[in-house]
Design a protein. Sequence first.
Length: 198
Amino acid sequence: MGRPRTFGEGHALEAAMRLFWEKGYEATSTQELCEATGLGRSSIYNTFTSKHALYVRALEHYLDRTAGEQLAILENPERPTVSRLRDLLTAIIDTEETHRREGRNIGCLGVNSSVEFSGRDPEVAEVLNRDLRRRLEVLRETVASGQRTGEISGTHEAKEVALFLNSTIAGMRVSAQNGADRATLESIATVALEALIP
């Protein structure tokens, strides 16, 4: 008797996510997906229907996991607002260091997908936009909380500051992918945080 389908799907999804994350959509062949997941070509198509559908599922899996980790940092009531934002940026830097290979990073699958598809794929765009809305809302709430306590400057609306922080994080990830080291990323994070403090 074969393994339960749910186990096969979870394993295949994780393996496919890692492969797409490292190589991108176009550069990943179906044969490489078979080798990475341990599934035959027919099993991949029977389970996920297409390479594209598997990519979308893998992207959702990645974004849900990443968002969950980051939201847990931002929603920690034990920490002051600026400390939570600093913890978030430090976690981003730690992640970039973890995935560094030969002086460069594989980046963020979300950012990589935005660049690779450039709005040409409505389904991928919707997944990315849904994730963006979720992240921006939590960042906005975090910033607004800090503005109420006086930790964060009220010069700009919380929504604008959330956009700034999200763009800073994306820029840090791309910089790491292009070879920026930890010290460089930490300096970016320091300037970003200092810009928020009254």
